[in-house]
Design a binder for this molecule. Structure first.
Ligand code: ADP
Ligand code: MG
Length: 300
């Protein structure tokens, strides 16, 4: 499997605040990755670091096989991380022609890219006449002009109406189906579910889960547990290889399973380790519940 991007313990501190903490994951060619997390969880900071517009504090990342400099590698990366910046009195086509000139790339693909984002019939309309969704689509066309290996999008549907959101998601799917790797940041679970094959869930800069979106859906469920010695309960749970994240919310301990485990096995494992449970409940939840669980949000 060809590697596009590797992060290894990447960390960003802003003074006392750790915006991204020891983040590691790998992006392979041909997949659609979502970095999912609530606002302020470090998604944009992560994208900024790998795009070399935010200085990392520690850790590493490298593009492709790591042989080229970041500067050289980024020529094969298309990214939209800020609001699209085009000239209002120039047409869509003129704006893209200018981008080609500035970046020193051939302008023969302008119409092809306008077609992909559904703006070919508006190529001679001035940018200022465009809706927010059209502006975003033009930005995508612009990022595709040099046929990048990977397209990076930060909250691609923010601020758009439902139709605009739908159009952008369709375009992302189409670009992915043609073989371009995609990395997008989103705080929207359903967006990630709808367009991504893989997800990295972060909260407060830390990775909580990474893996295939469909495997996350088919999770092995989790246990809700209570016992008088919570500290001991938690430390024993984290030592078990089948158990992933363990959280404690007002005395109710949640242990997410990474492998199948039945209630009897859990109960006897804990008993053998000196824990007598006062409560045990095995649950399996929807992806939405899992996400809320993982990111500690409430659905109400
Ligand atoms: P997200 O994109 O997931 O919403 P960000 O990466 O923008 O999150 O921000 C992560 C954290 O870092 C937030 O707490 C944010 O306030 C903080 N942060 C981001 N940029 C700066 C900056 N330039 N200076 C100080 N703090 C920042
Ligand atoms: Mg952001």
């Amino acid at each position: 499997m060809e590697t596009i991007l590797t992060l290894n313990n990447l960390t960003k501190k802003y003074g006392p605040l750790t915006a991204v903490k020891n983040l590691s994951f790998t992006i392979h060619k041909g997949n659609v990755y979502g970095i999912l997390g609530p606002n302020g969880s470090g998604k944009s900071t992560t994208l900024g670091m790998v795009l070399n517009v935010v200085n990392k504090t520690s850790g590493e990342y490298h593009w492709f096989d790591g042989k080229d400099s970041t500067h050289e590698a980024l020529k094969q990366v298309g990214a939209i991380i800020e609001h699209p910046n085009f000239y209002p009195y120039m047409t869509a086509r003129q704006n893209l022609a200018l981008v080609c000139k500035i970046k020193g790339i051939n302008s023969h693909k302008i119409e092809e890219k306008l077609e992909i984002v559904g703006l070919l019939d508006r190529k001679d309309s001035k940018f200022r006449t465009f809706s927010l969704g059209m502006k975003q689509r033009l930005a995508i066309a612009s990022a595709l002009l040099n046929d990048p290996e990977i397209l990076i999008l930060d909250e691609p549907t923010n601020g758009l109406d439902p139709q605009g959101i739908h159009q952008i998601r369709e375009i992302i799917r189409r670009i992915a189906s043609e073989g371009t790797t995609i990395l997008l940041a989103s705080h929207l679970l359903d967006e990630v579910e709808k367009v991504c094959t893989h997800v990295v869930i972060i909260r407060k800069g830390e990775k909580l889960y990474s893996g295939r979106v469909d495997e996350m859906n088919a999770s092995h469920g989790f246990f809700e547990l209570r016992a008088s010695n919570l500290q001991k309960l938690e430390s024993i749970l984290v030592s078990h290889p089948s158990i992933g994240k363990v959280t404690n919310s007002e005395g109710l301990v949640t242990a997410i399973l990474e492998e199948p485990m039945d209630a009897e096995t859990m109960n006897s494992f804990l008993f053998e380790n000196g824990i007598v449970l006062s409560y045990l409940n095995k649950r399996k939840e929807s992806l939405e519940e899992q996400f809320l669980q993982l990111t500690n949000q409430t659905s109400h």
